[in-house]
Ligand binder design. Structure first.
Ligand code: UD1
Length: 368
């Protein structure tokens, strides 16, 4: 039993690049609350420096209270390792609540481990649905939404989704998107960032691309179709390759298009700067789709479905799948898109999601 002077303990469980980016503003918002102690657990699902530690440094996050170093392995191996390490750590260092962001294998394992230990769970970025059950993330996010106590939804649509599924959570609120907070927090530093000139690129005369989804890069035919599609653009395509994609390009001995500039995964600010200076973006990333939209960029989404249908409806993106012809057509059509901005549609909040997250948690834990 805690006495009134004891701080409440909240842990945020991350393990991949996008989870670290989503969590940074929440950690900062908790810092100003003296009645809380908020720390991070890093599962290490992403284990390369450029995909994990780099973001702790760049976003000025404290060292994790524990690094589970789960590393390489099949999805089931990773899930098993994370669950058993979390079981042992959290049963000795019990938090009042665990925040679990996103839809990764780390998020699923953290949710199940906490639920078995009777630890309250807040799912950050709840309610997103692509309705594509072949995506492992779709399963992860649905399971997590149904075992969480608090659902922190990023958009009105995501809140509608969880309410329609009759989730058991005691609280479900639209708080806005913490990735938007992260982006707004660095707009000044973005001005000074030199990524575009370092790569000798001219503003608005290149395409920025990321591809890493299993269905796109693990199937040789699909990866080849994407490469052919972007070759048809005829202008430089900057491609910071995810380690998974890099390994598939090597394995398939893929022929790289002459207009492709293949580079290492980038720091966060460099990425946003290149997106912002690009002509348009080609991606299958969940997070990057939103960042393009917030930065006023149009995008081709290399997927048949997206959990961010709001962006397609806002007229900012075209779904092309991994079809060479559709990618080329998307390139021809992209200038005709007339996106309605977030400020007008108020889809993702106004960049103050982290404060709302803290408020919802305070209310839930009885501290407001
Ligand atoms: C997705 C999955 C997630 C999975 C992860 C693997 C969804 C909804 N989620 O997240 O389950 O674990 O992929 O990576 O599909 N960025 C950089 N440098 C780069 C490229 C991107 O900083 O070189 C930043 C982007 O600005 C963005 C974030 O990384 O903030 C996006 O991360 P990404 O790896 O693309 O993950 P998601 O697709 O968002």
């Amino acid at each position: 039993m805690k006495n009134a002077l004891q701080k409440k303990r909240v842990v945020i469980i991350v393990g991949t690049r996008p989870q670290i980016i989503k969590s940074a503003p929440v950690l900062k918002a908790f810092k100003s609350k003296s009645e809380y102690e908020c720390s991070v657990i890093n599962t290490g699902q992403h284990y390369d420096y450029e995909m994990n530690k780099q973001f702790f440094m760049e976003l000025d996050l404290p060292d994790p209270e524990i690094d589970l170093e789960v590393g390489q392995g099949s999805a089931n191996e990773q899930i098993f390792k994370i669950m058993s390490s979390l079981d042992s750590h959290l049963s000795k260092n019990r938090p009042d609540l665990a925040i679990v962001p996103g839809d990764t294998n780390s998020a699923l394992s953290a949710g199940i481990a906490c639920s078995k230990l009777g630890i309250k769970i807040a799912h950050l970025e709840a309610g997103c649905r692509s309705n594509n059950f072949r995506m492992s993330e779709e399963i992860n996010r649905r399971v997590l939404d149904h075992i969480s106590d608090i659902l922190l939804c990023p958009t009105p649509l995501s809140l509608k989704n969880v309410l329609a599924e009759r989730v058991l959570a005691g609280v479900a609120e639209n708080v806005g998107d913490t990735m938007f907070d992260s982006l707004l927090a660095c707009t000044d530093s973005l001005e000074e960032n030199g990524a575009t000139s370092r790569l000798n690129l001219k503003r608005h005369s290149f395409v920025f691309m990321t591809v890493h989804r299993a269905e796109n890069v693990d199937v040789e035919r699909n990866l080849a179709a994407i490469l052919k599609g972007i070759e048809s653009f005829g202008i430089p395509v900057v491609f910071p390759a995810h380690p998974r994609t890099r390994s598939r390009l090597d394995k398939f001995e893929s022929k790289l298009p002459g207009n492709m500039i293949l580079i290492q995964p980038l720091p966060y600010l460099d990425t946003l700067r290149l997106v912002s200076d690009s002509k348009f973006v080609v991606t299958d990333s969940g997070g990057l789709q939103k960042e393009c939209y917030w930065l006023g960029k149009r995008s081709l989404i290399l997927r048949d479905t997206t959990e961010w249908t709001e962006i397609v409806t806002a007229g900012a993106s075209i779904l092309t799948g991994c079809d060479e012809t559709k990618i080329h057509k998307g390139y021809l059509d992209i200038d005709n898109l007339k996106p309605k901005p977030n400020e007008e549609l108020e889809l993702f909040g106004e960049g103050k999601a982290a404060q709302k997250v803290v408020k919802v948690i305070q209310n839930y834990l009885g501290d407001s």
